[in-house]
Design a protein around this ligand. Sequence first.
Ligand code: NAD
Length: 481
Amino acid sequence: MKVAGIEVSPDHFIGGERVASSSTFTDYSPIDEEALGEIARGGQREADLAVTAATEAFPAWAALGASGRAVYLHRLADLIDANVERLAPVECVDMAMLLRSLKARLINRGARNYRSYADLAVAYEERVWDSNGTHNRVLRMPSGPAVVITPWNAPFMLSTWKTAPALAAGSTMILKPAEWSPLSCSLLADLVDEAGFPPGVFNIVQGIGEEIGAALVSNPAVSRISFTGSPETARHIGVAAAKNIVPFTGELGGKGPLLVFEDCDLEAAARKAAGQFDDAGQVCLAGTRILVEESVVEPFMELFHRFADEHVLGDPRSDDTTVTPLIHRDHFERVAGFVERARANGDEIVRGGQPAERGGLFYEPTLVIPRSNDSEIVQREVFGPVLTVQTFSEEDEGVALANSTPYGLSGILYTGSSERAERVGRAIRAGTVWVNTFLVRDLTAPFGGIGISGIGREGGDFALDFYSDLKTLQIAEGTTE
Ligand code: NAD
C-alpha cells in the first residue's frame, strides 16, 4: 500500500521475511478518517511463528556479544537518520503527530535510542570484588526472546526506545505496535532488513491487542515483556506474565500535576501550562492538573488564556498547527465522554468543552475547574486536550493535591526558590519531576511510574539490566573444600 506517496508493507516481518495473514484490519488516518489500507491481523499462528523465529535466532545473537550487536544497531540508527523523509510523513498521516516535530526530533530520537543503547551495552563494566576467599563478578547474561508492546502515540519513538535496550542486551525480539498507528513500525522492519540483522532477531507483527498481543505475552518461551500503554491493559499483561513467571515492565498512563508557585516566572509557567494542549494532549507525561498558588491565580489565568488563544487547530502537516486531531473516532468519543460527565457532575468548563467547529476528530482545547478533587476529570487520565485547574494556599496543600491521584508518572513545578525546588521535587510522588522545564530527557536516567503509572524502570542501565539475567560468578581463590 502507498501512504503519503511512500510504499508501506501491510504485512508482518517474521524471521527476516514478510508474512501475510488470512484476515486484516483497516487502518485509518486521523486527519480525515479515510482508510489508509488493510493491515495483516495476526493471531495465535503469527505469534507462535514470531516467538519461534526469535527463539531460534537467540543463541547466535547472544553469542555475538555487545560489540558485535552494536554494529547492527549503529547501522540501523544510520538508516533511520537517512530515512527521516520517509518515516516522518507516514507517521504523520497515520497518527496525526505534527510533521515538524517528527522531522526535527522524534524520528532522530529513534536513531539516538539505538546508538546510545549499543554504546552503553559495550561500555558495561562488570562489578568486581573479593570476599570470603572468592573473586566475585556481576555478569549481564542475555535473557532470551523479549516481547515489546507499544501504544499508538509516538509509535516510532516509543518502539525504538524499548527495542533498543532489548537488542543491545542480547535479547531477540518481537515488537507489536498499536493497531491505530501501525505503519511507521512497518517501515522500521524494512530498515531492520536493510541493516542486515540475522533473520529472527527483530520481528515485527501487526494486529489487535486482545488477539496477537495476548497470544504473545502468554507464550512460555518469552523471557521478558515490556509494555507501554494503559493501566487497564497492563493488568491483563501482568496476569499473563505472572502465569509464566516472566519479568514485566509497564510504562503506563499519567495524570501529572503542574504546580505553579507565586515565586516563579509566571509567564514561563503559564506558557508551559497552555502548552499541555500540544499534540492534542495525547502525551502520557503531560501536566494535565494545573495547581496554582491562590495569590497568583488571577495573573496566571490571564496569561494562560492568552497563550491558549495562540493555539492553532489544524492539519499536522501544516507548520502553523499546534493542536492536531485525536487519533481515532473511538478515542474522540472517549474524550468527549469525559467532558460531558464533568459537566453533568457540576464541574465548571471555563474554556472549550466541545468538538471543534472544524469537525472531524478535532476537539477544542478544554479547561475545567472541578467541583471537587474527587471529580473524575481530576482523578482519571483523559489523554486528550483537557486540563483542570485548582488552587492551593500553602505549599503542603499543593503537594497533597499533586499526590492525590493513583497515578505517579511525572510532575512539573515552577518556582523561583531552589530550596522549594528541592523540597517539593522530593515530595511529589512521580517517576520524573521537572522543575522550571518540561520533557527534557537524558536517555541514561531511569524512567517509569509510581502507582498505576507503571512497574519497573527503563532508561540507561536500568533497561539493559531488565533484559539481562544478572549473574553473580564467584571463583575461589585457590582450592576450597
Ligand atoms: P492500550 O493499553 O489500549 O494499548 C497499548 C498496546 O497494548 C497496543 O499495542 C494494544 O494493541 C496492546 N494490547 C491491548 N490489549 C492487549 C492484551 N490483552 N494483551 C496484549 N496487548 C494488548 O493503550 P493505548 O490506548 O494504545 O495508549 C494510550 C495509553 O498509553 C495511555 O494510558 C498513555 O498514558 C499510555 N502511555 C504511556 C507512556 C509512558 O511512557 N508511560 C507513553 C505513551 C503512552
